[in-house]
Write a protein that binds this ligand. Structure first.
Ligand code: OAD
Ligand code: ZN
Length: 245
């Protein structure tokens, strides 16, 4: 892939760089995306699985779905895209990952600073007393319960719920202060997460999109690199090796 010269110039001088990621970055790890050809939301209805009312109506069904997704995550591992983002830390003063993914793969890859806008499938909490439960849960009664009697739910953001305030505030602050903002593998249509693209743009960041196709963010991007993130991001590392040596 031809890397535009304006991108090369930015890579030379940028100090603070953000990678804003979505489901597409994990596609090459074997984790299905939500939209598009094989997207999860083509086959299943989010309102039956990914919202609080659905959980109260049928917690067992919602847990089956999350345990299924967790099993996919556990069979997969970070791919070349996640690993390239870790390697970026060698070339820039400040690298921040802001992810909409709950799959924990940026963490497993080893990225240092990660803001999780939609939670993390490896964490859980009690809906009554809010106690956190990480790791294995007890499913012998069908649904895991807290010591206080409350139901335990996955610590992920469902439709109609607020984003974790601290993670969103940190992300907004970072987006206001970065030099480059990469938009990787996201359809960029789910708000408020997608508003970060606008925050970065209006504060003068150079926007680079990495995606296999055009998205809502394409018209805002200064440069669009069309291809799989597991191929495009390692290519940028190769370039950085040359220009920073
Ligand atoms: P989507 O499924 O909406 O979009 C995935 C994007 O990844 C699409 O734009 C694809 O073109 C792109 N893509 C697929 N494979 C790729 C690859 N190998 N390399 C690069 N790009 C690739 O996923 P998100 O944008 O993450 O919300 O969706 C946002 C939110 O909607 C999710 O966090 C989730 C969902 O409902 C919650 O769970 C709250
Ligand atoms: Zn409790």
């Amino acid at each position: 892939m031809e890397i535009p010269s304006e991108l090369i110039e930015q890579l030379k001088t940028a100090k603070s760089v953000i990678f804003f990621s979505g489901a597409g970055i994990s596609a090459e790890s074997g984790i299905p995306t939500f939209r598009g050809k094989d997207g999860i939301w083509n086959k299943l209805r989010p309102e039956e699985l990914a919202n609080f009312d659905a959980f109260m109506r049928n917690p067992q069904l919602v847990w089956e779905w999350y345990n299924y997704r967790k099993s996919i995550v556990h069979q997969s591992k970070p791919n070349a895209g996640h690993l390239a983002i870790v390697e970026m830390e060698k070339y820039f003063v400040n690298v921040i990952v802001i992810t909409q993914n709950v799959d924990n793969l940026h963490r497993r890859a080893g990225s240092k600073t990660i803001y999780e806008l939609h939670g993390n499938i490896e964490r859980n909490f009690c809906i009554k007393c809010k106690k956190r439960y990480d790791g294995e849960l007890d499913f012998k009664d069908g649904i895991p319960k807290c010591k206080c009697g409350g139901l335990i739910r996955p610590d992920v953001v469902w439709f109609g719920e607020f984003l974790p305030a601290d993670q969103f505030q940190l992300s907004e602050k970072a987006a206001r202060n970065c030099d480059m903002f990469f938009i990787v593998g996201t359809s960029a249509i789910v708000y408020p997460a997608a508003s970060l693209v606008h925050v970065a743009k209006s504060n003068g960041a150079f926007l680079v999109e990495v995606n296999i196709e055009e998205t809502e963010a394409s018209s805002l991007a200064d440069v669009s690199l069309f291809g799989e993130s597991g191929k495009v991001l390692p290519q940028i590392i190769e370039l950085l090796k040359l220009i920073k040596s």
